[in-house]
Design a protein around this ligand. Sequence first.
Ligand SMILES: [Zn+2]
Length: 160
Amino acid sequence: MQPLTETDIRGAFINATADELEQMTIPGLHETIWNDREYLGWRDPQAARRGYIVLWMDDRPVGIVLRAAGGSLRPGIAAMCSFCHSPQPATQVRLFSAARAGDAGRNGNTIGSYICEDLACSILIRVAPPHLNPPSTIATRGQQLLERAQNFITDVMKTA
Ligand SMILES: [Zn+2]
């Protein structure tokens, strides 16, 4: 993905309240390897349930605040992240909800999706050994991951 500055990130959120924006913890961007990411996602060390995703849509950075559901899926069963489609232990996938943009979200209208708990799908699709995960496979999975994440954000932007 194209790099984001802290200013880009702070200006990108479409469903955050003023309090959420004020309290948001920005990750260490100097450590970020932008070429190996489809989206920037992170959990907030100051707010256990909160997570953030920022990605590029039509040359514009767009960000959403997510809220993790309490509890995890039943341990022992397999689960799948709806963004990267990686099968994982259920404890590593979590239901996140996002308030819709605008009045709909302020009135409590949310949408949910099962996503990797650490919001690090981009790392997950790159961890398999190279013989199982050649660059062409990573490119395809990355493109699909980005499209699914963009589709979710498009849904968040719909106000009805
Ligand atoms: Zn994932």
